[in-house]
Design a protein around this ligand. Structure first.
Ligand code: NI
Length: 177
């Protein structure tokens, strides 16, 4: 595995639509393994292939809603599509490609996603709260859309400071998708 460079806002790849994945081969598996390492290293909750310069429809989301004592785990989603949404949440959202910036974004509280795994098998998965937010955020990356275009306002430096002090959920680093 190898760390890949995370592109930041202004890079053209982040504004392009990614193409479907049709070959579930070694090349894809290397990409996913590298993305896992890159996401873990960055301490984020999600990463999309275009963020590492690969315009293909693959994303990772960290499932943080786990029972006490259980490990968080990374969900691999190939060619993901949101098939159901329910409820609403409004809160701060960030992105590893827009470091240090958080904006207030409205998202569904729960989403169901249909996707393929790294071998091409179809599956459905549901997420809520931060996980639902991350599903939406990462799938937006595949359309070339950054959260900045959805944020109705950005957080002030004071709000950012209190966000990083808030240990009730996750720290500011780990909320960055
Ligand atoms: Ni992002």
């Amino acid at each position: 595995m190898a760390l890949r460079n995370i592109l930041t806002e202004g890079e053209p790849s982040l504004e392009k639509r990614s193409r479907p994945i049709t070959e579930f081969n070694e090349r894809l598996h290397i990409l996913l393994d590298d993305m896992r390492e890159t996401l873990e290293n960055a301490g984020g909750v999600g990463l999309a292939a275009p963020q590492v310069g690969v315009l293909r429809r693959a994303v990772l989301v960290l499932e943080t809603n786990v029972a006490e004592g259980e490990e968080e785990f990374i969900i691999e989603l190939i060619n993901p599509e949101i098939v159901e949404v329910d409820g609403e949440q409004y809160g701060p959202e960030g992105c590893l490609s827009v470091p240090g910036v958080f904006g207030m974004v409205k998202r569904p509280e729960r989403v169901k996603v249909k996707a393929q795994d790294r071998y091409g098998n179809f599956f459905e998965i549901e997420g809520e709260g931060l996980t639902a937010r991350a599903f939406c955020h990462e799938i937006d990356h595949l359309e070339g859309k950054l959260f900045l275009s959805l944020a109705d306002r950005l957080l002030s430096p004071e709000e950012l400071a209190s966000l990083s002090e808030d240990e009730s959920e996750t720290d500011s680093e780990s909320e960055e998708d």
